[in-house]
Design a protein around this ligand. Structure first.
Ligand SMILES: Cc1cc2nc3c(=O)[nH]c(=O)nc-3n(C[C@H](O)[C@H](O)[C@H](O)COP(=O)(O)OP(=O)(O)OC[C@H]3O[C@@H](n4cnc5c(N)ncnc54)[C@H](O)[C@@H]3O)c2cc1C
Length: 384
C-alpha cells in the first residue's frame, strides 16, 4: 500500500499552496463572509486562471481530468490552506450530471459559465417543506398545456437561488407508481415569470444565501428538460456518493486548518506562567483531534480510491459522510474551546469554521440517514 503522493499530485498541491500563499486574503474573505455575503470572486478568478475550477472535468470539455482521490484531496487541501468552505472544489461533480445528460446547448452554456465565474450556473431545487430526507415525497410538478410545460411547487433551502441564472428543479409525476422513477430534471430560468424567492437566514456559510422558492405556473420550454423524463432522480444520484465525499472533504480540510492554528496557539498562549500546551489535558485534546483528523482522511481517501478502482462505495461513502461530519465538527469545537473566549468572536477564524462546519451533519444526507443507508447494507452483508 502506497501512501505517497504521485508526482502530479505533489505538483498540483505545491501550486495550490503557492497560489493561496500569494492570493488568499483573510480580511477580504471575512468581509465577503460577514458583510457582503458573497463568494470571494477575486480569489476564485485566480483559481479559474490557474485551471483549478475545472479540475476533474474531462479534457473534451476543456477541463483537467484527475481521479476521484485527487479531487477529494484537492478539496481537503483547499479548505486546509484557506480555512474556508469554498464550494468551487466540487465543480466537476456538480456539473457532471448535466454534462452527462444535458443537450449540447446546455453543456455549452454550463461550461462557459463555470469557465467565466468558477461556479455552476444553477441552484439545486430538490428539498421541499414536506420532503427533506424523504425525497420521494416531493410534490413539485411539470405539466403540459397547449404545447407548453408549466412547473408548480415549493422548494426550500435552495442555496444561491438569488445569484444563479437557473434552478435545477426536480419535479415528480404524482400519478407515477414509483416516486423515484417518476422524477424529472428541469433547468428553470430563475427570472421566469412565476418564480418567487423568499430568504431564509443561515447561521453559517455566510458567503451564500438560502431561499424558499415558490414556482407558480412557471412556463418553460420542452428543451429545459435535462436527460430523460422520469429519470431525473437517477440522473441526480449518478454521483451522489462522490458528492458526499466532496462535501465532507471540505469539512476535513477546515478541521485540519483549525487544528494547525490551535496547535500553534497552544505553544504561545500562556496561563499560570506556562504555555497552555504544557497542561496534559490540552495535550490530550490535541492528541485526540489528530487521531480524528488521520481517521477522517484515511476513510475519505480510501473510499475515493475504492471508487477509482471500480469497487462499490455504497457503505463506505455513508460511513465516511457520517464519521467525517461528526468528527470534523468535534475537532473544530474543541479548537474553539482551546482558544478560550477570543475563539467565540468574529475576529477568530475558528469561530467562522465552527459556524460553517455544523451544516455537514444535515446537508447531503443527515447523520441519521447515513445510518439508515450504511446500517441496512452492513446487516445485509452479514445475513446468512
Ligand atoms: C447548508 C445547507 C444547504 C442546503 N442546500 C440545499 C440545496 O441547495 N438544495 C436543496 O434542495 N436542499 C438543500 N439543503 C437541504 C438538505 O438536503 C436537507 O436539509 C436534508 O436533506 C435533510 O432534510 P430536512 O432538513 O428536511 O430534515 P428532515 O428530513 O425533516 O429530518 C429531521 C430529522 O429527522 C431525522 N430523520 C428523518 N428521517 C429519518 C429516518 N428515516 N431515520 C432516522 N432519522 C430520520 C433526520 O436525520 C433529522 O435529524 C441544504 C441544507 C443545508 C443545511
Amino acid at each position: 500500500m502506497d501512501f505517497g503522493l504521485t508526482e502530479e499530485q505533489e505538483l498540483l498541491f505545491e501550486n495550490l499552496a503557492d497560489l493561496v500563499q500569494r492570493e488568499w486574503d483573510e480580511s477580504e474573505y471575512n468581509d465577503c463572509y460577514y458583510n457582503r455575503h458573497e463568494l470571494p470572486q477575486r480569489f476564485i478568478d485566480v483559481l479559474i486562471e490557474n485551471g483549478f475550477t475545472l479540475l476533474g472535468v474531462p479534457e473534451e470539455y476543456g477541463g483537467t481530468p484527475v481521479d476521484n482521490l485527487t479531487l477529494v484531496m484537492y478539496a481537503v487541501e483547499l479548505a486546509r490552506l484557506t480555512g474556508a468552505n469554498l464550494p468551487v472544489a466540487s465543480n466537476a461533480i456538480s456539473i457532471d450530471d448535466i454534462l452527462a445528460f444535458g443537450n449540447e446547448e446546455q453543456q455549452k452554456f454550463i461550461l462557459e459559465y463555470v469557465g467565466k465565474y468558477g461556479t455552476p450556473p444553477f441552484a439545486l431545487g430538490f428539498s421541499e417543506p414536506q420532503a427533506g430526507s424523504d425525497s420521494s415525497s416531493i410534490l413539485t410538478t411539470a405539466t403540459r398545456r397547449d404545447g407548453k410545460v408549466y412547473v408548480n411547487g415549493h422548494k426550500t433551502m435552495v442555496t444561491d437561488a438569488d445569484i444563479s441564472p437557473y434552478l435545477l428543479t426536480i419535479t415528480r409525476d404524482l400519478e407515477g407508481e414509483v416516486p423515484m422513477k417518476s422524477m424529472s430534471m428541469w433547468l428553470v430560468p430563475s427570472d421566469a415569470a412565476g418564480v418567487r424567492l423568499e430568504p431564509l437566514h443561515k447561521i453559517g456559510l455566510k458567503t451564500g444565501r438560502f431561499f424558499e422558492v415558490y414556482l407558480e405556473d412557471v412556463e418553460v420550454e420542452e428543451s429545459a428538460l435535462i436527460g430523460v423524463e422520469g429519470n431525473g432522480f437517477m440522473q441526480l444520484m449518478k454521483n451522489f456518493e462522490i458528492e458526499r465525499l466532496m462535501l465532507v472533504a471540505m469539512g476535513v480540510g477546515m478541521a485540519e486548518a483549525a487544528f494547525e492554528e490551535i496547535a500553534r496557539y497552544c505553544n504561545v498562549r500562556e496561563q499560570f506562567g506556562k504555555p497552555i500546551g504544557f497542561f496534559q489535558i490540552v495535550q490530550e485534546y490535541l492528541t485526540d483531534m489528530k487521531i480524528k483528523i488521520e481517521n477522517m482522511k484515511g476513510l475519505l481517501y480510501k473510499t475515493a480510491w475504492k471508487k477509482d478502482n471500480g469497487q462499490s462505495i455504497q457503505i463506505d461513502s455513508a460511513l465516511a459522510k457520517r464519521y467525517c461530519a461528526i468528527a470534523s465538527f468535534e475537532v473544530i469545537d474543541t479548537c474553539m474551546q482551546l482558544m478560550g473566549g477570543i475563539g467565540y468572536t468574529e475576529e477568530s477564524r475558528i469561530s467562522r469554521m465552527w459556524l460553517d462546519i455544523r451544516h455537514l451533519r444535515m446537508a447531503g444526507g443527515t447523520d441519521e440517514i447515513m445510518v439508515h443507508i450504511g446500517g441496512r447494507q452492513l446487516l445485509k452483508q452479514y445475513r446468512q
